[in-house]
Design a protein around this ligand. Sequence first.
Ligand code: UDX
Length: 432
Amino acid sequence: MKLCMIGTGYVGLVSGVCFSDLGNDVICVDKDINKITNLKKGIIPIYEPGLEELVLKNYKNKRLNFSTNLKESVKKSDIIFICVGTPTKKKNNSADLSQVYSAGYEISKSINKYKIIINKSTVPVSTGDEIEKIISKKVKKKYFSVVSNPEFLREGEAIRDFIYPDRVVVGSNDSKSKKIIKNLYSPLISKGANYLSTSRRAAELIKYASNAFLATKITFINEIANLCEKTGIDVEDISIGIGLDKRIGGRFLRAGPAYGGSCFPKDTKAIVSTADKFKTNLSLIKSVIKSNNIRSNLLLKRLSLIMKNKIKNKKISFLGVTFKANTDDMRDSSSLKLIPYLSRKGANIRYYDPTGLKKEFKNLKNVKFSNSIHESIKDSDLIIIHTEWNDFKSINFKKYSKNKKLIIYDMRNIFSPNKIKNLGLKYYGIGR
Ligand code: UDX
């Protein structure tokens, strides 16, 4: 099939590349000339394991192309995916849909035969209805269908999540598009992916409800971790103990810093705002947002206690600063609260991240990037494991054990407390 992806951000690029790898002809379109020129040279704008290889392979065999010409790309395609950003509006926390609607309008100008317009951007319930209205101002309804097909790709695991999804959700209100989209996904269905065909509005809400539920699960275990710290229990035992109940499930029960990234913080706010619009009070999700917002303060309070309130001039090493491992994404990372606070308190901070230096810390006093783990942690008073990169799991702390005052604050619980303590070092984790 001939596909067009509008927007070459995370979702558009990963989905476009994977669809081309499944044998479709795909054009990825973006307004950003620089991005498109780079993509044609094989320069990938994001860090995502496996993506570069797939881009090069499919661009070479001509199933994948890049363009800035939206009109021509839409004309050539049977299915058009809208994959543009829906950031949070500052004034009321709702999703800013201007890019989605403008894509809908642009598409409407180039419909020369029946086409399916699939919305993959995360959007509030009824956005599909609006896109349909926009397009029907220019095009008769029999020439197009508007479908919702949310993505559930995790950064760092996006290619695997695309090829082996837990489920594919497609929301459409007409049987013609339903049949075509099921056919598009047939290579994944034949490998065992669950396929849910539902209404357009339901698909839109499934996306927000999924992310809100996962954010709630994480916040739940983070609050239980707070209780564990006061009661001498290891939260890891609680995660295992409750996760073995199949009704609960063991995944997404890792206690840690506040959740971050491009989705959970944005989508929890947006679903609350949508519910407000429909006069429904999502009090549980509101509490989750509040609890997550104060989580960094709680962690900083504990850090002050660990350091006996002496932070000034202390050498603090941060290992990993992105919102989680296997990504270079800094959006809503808890390090954006932790590092500036400690810098204001007069700490000397060195940070190491496998994805390199971060512009976000460039202007902070006494915050420096180190080129290696060793550079970052040598002579430190405190080491903070902020993200769970595999690179950190094999650090040989024996080498550093001469410094008996060295403290490890393992915010991802990747180390065994006893092993570290047996080296004579002080160890603190989350909820243990
Ligand atoms: C998420 C959803 O998982 C994905 O389905 C959706 O489409 C996009 O948003 P992503 O933001 O890439 O994906 O990361 P995810 O792995 O879900 O983690 C989100 C945040 O939760 C991170 O800050 C992570 O560190 C945190 N987290 C996750 C925990 O603290 N504990 C966990 O057990 C899992």
